[in-house]
Write a protein that binds this ligand. Structure first.
Ligand SMILES: *[C@@H]1O[C@H](CO)[C@@H](O)[C@H](O)[C@H]1NC(C)=O
Ligand SMILES: *[C@@H]1O[C@H](CO)[C@@H](O)[C@H](O)[C@H]1NC(C)=O
Ligand SMILES: *[C@@H]1O[C@H](CO)[C@@H](O)[C@H](O)[C@H]1NC(C)=O
Ligand SMILES: *[C@@H]1O[C@H](CO)[C@@H](O)[C@H](O)[C@H]1NC(C)=O
Ligand SMILES: *[C@@H]1O[C@H](CO)[C@@H](O)[C@H](O)[C@H]1NC(C)=O
Ligand SMILES: *[C@@H]1O[C@H](CO)[C@@H](O)[C@H](O)[C@H]1NC(C)=O
Length: 268
């Protein structure tokens, strides 16, 4: 009897442990795009491309431009490797660096031998391939995620979200050649506050950044319609929004005064 009780308790604790670890793990986002599934480009173990990729990825973490953007290209001609990594604009340098380093290790396991690869995480993304990356806002891949929960007042929510994203788009795209990031919040329907951040890699021009962000904003109705939280990511730009606060502000949150219904509060 005593043994049985112990066994049940042990089972119970095992269950709790598994439950906790799996539910915690869900907050850590990771997604891998290893290339076009119907024509996945591969390198071979003895190729020059592989040697260049090893060199490039080992040095990439040393190329931080000071604002969480990393870029490095090595090699010549068809063996040239292009790589970039971008940290979310609000995270601290230590978190950023460890995200990029983990990405480099994990991406080689998730996409072994693949040439055209992007990995997305909560705090950073990493892309490498054998084609020009910098200043190229052609979107040929995307990733999205949303919460299951729907907004009750979809039309008003979309209106508020849309104007927040348009404002953040303007601020992010004019951010300059080192950093193109903006975050902010706006009142939504039903006493909600919508929080969002937006970002482009800083190598994009203002115009290219605008185009990139417009394209992913236009994917909202298709991929994350009426959701209380969501994100859409491509290698060169991304956004994320939620009705709970999820990013570190560089300045204290200011609640917009009631006298300005269009009021929006934007931080860099
Ligand atoms: C690349 O490798 C994958 C998995 O090994 C294979 O399915 C695919 O056909 C290869 N791609 C090409 C273009 O040969
Ligand atoms: C990238 O690699 C693939 C496969 O080796 C090759 O077909 C393609 O031409 C390369 N692209 C460039 C721009 O070198
Ligand atoms: C947000 O700020 C807190 C306090 O400074 C810090 O501990 C935390 O790591 C930051 N979060 C990120 C994602 O950088
Ligand atoms: C830009 O990226 C697209 C998609 O990856 C690629 O097909 C194209 O060749 C690139 N453009 C240049 C100028 O390299
Ligand atoms: C949200 O709305 C979609 C489409 O109307 C529906 O399929 C889904 O079940 C809803 N989700 C929840 C959590 O109610
Ligand atoms: C990319 O790296 C090169 C070489 O270090 C550097 O000159 C260039 O400014 C970087 N580009 C951006 C947009 O940071």
């Amino acid at each position: 009897m005593f043994m049985l009780v112990n066994y049940v308790i042990l089972l119970w604790f095992t269950f709790i442990f598994i439950y906790l670890t799996t539910s915690l793990a869900k907050t850590d986002y990771s997604a891998y795009d290893c290339g076009n599934p119907s024509n996945r480009l591969n390198y071979t173990a003895d190729s020059k491309f592989k040697t260049n990729l090893d060199t490039t990825l080992s040095k990439l973490p040393t190329t931080n431009n000071g604002f969480g953007f990393y870029n490095l290209s090595t090699g010549q001609g068809i063996d040239r490797v292009y790589s970039v990594a971008l940290c979310r604009g609000d995270i601290n340098p230590d978190t950023c660096l460890s995200c990029v380093k983990d990405a480099i290790v994990n991406v080689r396991k998730a996409c072994p031998n693949n040439i055209y690869v992007t990995a997305y995480y909560d705090h950073c993304s990493l892309t490498f391939n054998n084609d020009t990356l910098l200043g190229n806002n052609t979107i040929d891949r995307y990733n999205y995620r949303s919460g299951a929960q729907n907004m009750t007042n979809v039309a008003l929510f979309n209106q508020a979200l849309r104007s927040l994203l348009d404002k953040l788009k303007a601020d992010a795209s004019t951010g300059g050649s080192l950093r193109k990031f903006a975050s902010g919040n706006t009142p939504g329907p039903d006493f909600t506050t919508i929080y969002a951040l937006m970002q482009c890699t800083p190598d994009l021009s203002k115009q290219e950044c605008n185009v990139c962000l417009d394209e992913i904003i236009n994917m909202i109705p298709r991929y994350i319609p009426g959701k209380v939280r969501g994100r859409i990511l491509v290698p060169m730009c991304n956004f994320q929004y939620d009705i709970t606060w999820f990013f570190n502000e560089s300045t204290p949150l200011v609640i917009p005064p009631p006298s300005s219904p269009q009021g929006m509060d934007v931080h860099f």
